[in-house]
Design a protein around this ligand. Structure first.
Ligand code: 4AZ
Length: 332
């Protein structure tokens, strides 16, 4: 296996995939034996990052080979997609790799680590309106990705930035048709944060098709779990390394363990106000120390920190209020 580069960044912040040469040639091959993310962790050396940190592994979601086992997001339940209609599935070369969220009719937000190794944009697609990924792909809305915009500041290979800025935007080939199963979610703003949208103990909902346990297999029906926001101070003390929980991140979980996002959920939504007509995207699933472990919160990219970057990149209107239609105005 050859790992040439891992940075998600380009000088401009916009990546034309035709010119993006980085690639991990085996990350989608679970039979290869190599673990590129673990190798990346190794490359930090023990003085930089704790070895036991469970780095996101894109390949793991490919383990879905058993029709009998349909384990969830850790500690969650199945849910019809119309109750989380902003949730999408990312597919690379026919394999389900990550989640994402609809923020406009032609734009998806996801985690940078989900797309950092992809150099052929033509192999990347998303499914919206999908509940069961084994059964519903033909009736879901499938769109090809035409552009990946990776955050400049994401560089897993750089111990000084580590997991920071784990965010990317995907531009779709054509607009999604919005309806009850396919709806954009409003992005959390700094004003929402000031109003307490991510205050500790606020309930937030994470969802996806990821695995139910560390080293488990992915779920066919989409699942969700409602968890508590955990303060950055507490999360930082859990991880005990400042760079692992920066102000650009948001922590959430169940302090007793058992409820969490896990591999395959990466890139997917963490939503506040999820049972109202004004759901708000506060986080993007990023990483964690294992899954559902007591006293290790899941770590999310804090969306409100990236509002200007998202606005400049996509040219979509960012709603300050509750009118979801205003975020549906995508550029072309
Ligand atoms: C992953 O590997 C991953 N428990 C995502 C989320 C969490 C851990 C791992 C949080 O994609």
């Amino acid at each position: 296996m050859l790992l040439l580069a891992f940075s998600c960044s380009t000088k401009s912040g916009r990546t034309d995939l035709a010119t993006d040469t980085l690639i991990d040639t085996s990350y989608v091959d679970s039979a290869s034996g190599g673990d590129p993310m673990a190798e990346m962790a190794d490359s930090f050396g023990s003085s930089e990052l704790p070895q036991q940190i469970d780095l996101p592994r894109l390949k793991s979601i490919r383990r879905d080979r058993s029709p009998e086992r349909q384990p969830p997001i850790v500690g969650g339940e199945t849910i019809p997609i119309n109750l989380i209609p902003w949730q999408v599935l990312l597919e690379f070369d026919g394999d389900d790799i990550c989640g994402g969220s609809i923020i406009a009719d032609r734009w998806i937000i996801t985690a940078c680590h989900c797309v950092s190794s992809i150099n052929d944009v033509n192999q990347l697609a998303i499914f919206a309106g999908l509940t069961n990924k084994r059964q519903d792909k033909l009736t879901a809305q499938k769109r090809q990705v035409v552009q990946i915009v990776r955050h400049d500041g994401y560089d897993r290979n750089n111990p000084n930035s580590a997991f920071d800025n784990d965010i990317a935007l995907l531009k779709l080939d054509r607009a999604l048709d919005f309806g009850e199963k396919v709806t954009p979610i409003r992005l959390a703003t700094p004003a929402d944060e000031r109003a307490g949208i991510t205050s500790p103990d606020k309930k937030v909902r994470v969802s996806g098709w990821g695995v139910t346990t560390e080293n488990g297999t992915p779920s066919n029906p989409v699942r969700f779990v409602d968890i508590d926001v955990i303060s950055n101070t507490i999360a930082a003390s859990q991880y005990n390394r400042p760079l692992l929980v920066t102000p650009n991140m948001l922590a959430a979980g169940n302090p007793r363990g058992g409820q969490d996002a896990c591999q395959g959920d990466s890139g997917g939504p963490l939503a506040a106000n999820f049972n109202t007509n004004n759901p708000v995207l506060v986080g993007v699933v990023s990483y964690g120390e294992g899954c559902g472990r007591a006293n290790y919160a899941g770590i999310y990219t804090r969306v409100s920190k990236y509002i200007e970057w998202i606005q400049q990149t996509t040219n979509i209107g960012i709603a300050g209020g509750s009118d979801r239609r205003t975020i549906a105005r995508a550029d072309q």
